[in-house]
Ligand binder design. Structure first.
Ligand code: NCD
Length: 316
């Protein structure tokens, strides 16, 4: 099984065999993470720098833990306090980083495309931890691993992605990944929260939640991303919950063994009922967090193998 990439910038450039290579290795790291001694030296001697220009709880913690468990020297830069706030450009930041010789750079940035730009300027492997509304590849990969382990396969499944699709990089990366692996993807939500170029995605769109969830294998809920909204996209949170919040009644339209997912952070009582989120028979939200560490370990391990196999200039 081969992994052909020098960076992990999105799901778009990945082949189905790249995706399978990450998931297969991640399965092994799930086992390692469940042992008492959770340590490997796959990244020993390498330096990993995390740069989060946007707030993050689980993604940053997960990347940090993943690097540490693989033996890398991990540094998380406090971007709030950095020179960026003093007007330094992304390109100057890249030059500064190059001088520090990192091997792996994990970046989250509020602007779509900023991570790709940085990857062109630095001489190391870059992992996109979320750029604007564009992509969040490790989230889609951890979701895929969670689905594959719960359902025993990652093809010919019917998956509903529900809620604020328009502002969601998680939705975009998941649509790309699930499509590449030959699943049927449905988008469910109000028209105001659907992306404008929806026809390009090759998915079915539903405005009614009960219709959209009918007989699906997976229900993936998304947060209302208010920080990316610049107007009234929904009438009120109460009305939104009534029409689109996942509760027992709406979930009863999905298959009886359908799983419930959410990337977090969750707004209970807005897009999901707290009892559904905590129902261990349906919700795999905690598994998603567990798979996140393993998937990030696998992605960094595979990138490091490619990094070691070629001269540094090729990555520039
Ligand atoms: C997501 C993100 O940042 O895009 N969260 C995450 O990484 N777990 C989704 C969100 O913020 O709603």
């Amino acid at each position: 099984m081969s992994f052909s990439q020098s960076h992990l910038l999105g799901i778009e450039p990945l082949s189905p065999s790249d995706i399978t290579a990450i998931l297969d290795l991640a399965d092994q790291y799930v086992d390692l993470n469940r042992r008492e001694v959770k340590h490997s030296d796959a990244l020993a001697g390498l330096t990993q720098i995390n740069m989060f220009f946007e707030n993050s709880t689980r993604t940053q913690a997960s990347f940090e833990l993943a690097g540490k468990r693989l033996g890398a020297d991990v540094m998380s830069m406090a971007m709030q306090a950095s020179s960026i706030k003093k007007g330094e450009t992304l390109i100057d930041t890249a030059l500064t980083l190059n001088a520090m010789h990192p091997d792996l750079l994990v970046v989250r940035h509020p602007h779509s495309g900023a991570v790709d730009l940085l990857a062109q300027k630095v001489k190391c492997a870059v992992l996109n931890a979320g750029d604007g509304r564009h992509e969040h590849p490790t989230q889609a990969l951890l979701d895929a691993l969670t689905i594959r382990r719960a359902k025993g396969r990652l093809h010919r499944l019917s998956i509903a992605i529900c809620g604020d699709i328009a502002h969601s990089r998680v939705a975009r990366s998941n649509i790309l990944l699930l499509g590449k692996m030959e699943n049927r993807v449905r988008l469910v939500g109000p028209p105001t929260l659907m992306p404008s170029q929806i026809s390009e995605f090759g998915v079915e769109v539903f405005e009614d939640m009960r219709e959209g969830l009918r007989d699906v294998d997976v229900v993936m809920m998304l947060r209302l991303q208010r920080e990316r909204m610049d107007g009234g996209f929904i009438p009120s949170e109460r009305e939104y919950y009534h029409r689109y919040g996942l509760d027992a009644d709406k979930l009863s339209h999905a298959k009886p063994d359908a799983i419930v997912m959410h990337p977090g952070p969750m707004n209970r009582g807005v897009e999901i009922d707290g009892e559904i989120a905590d129902d261990i028979n349906r919700s795999v939200i905690q598994e998603q967090v567990e798979m996140g560490v393993a998937v990030r370990m696998a992605a960094m391990d595979l990138l490091a193998r490619n990094l070691r196999a070629r001269p540094k200039e090729v990555l520039a």
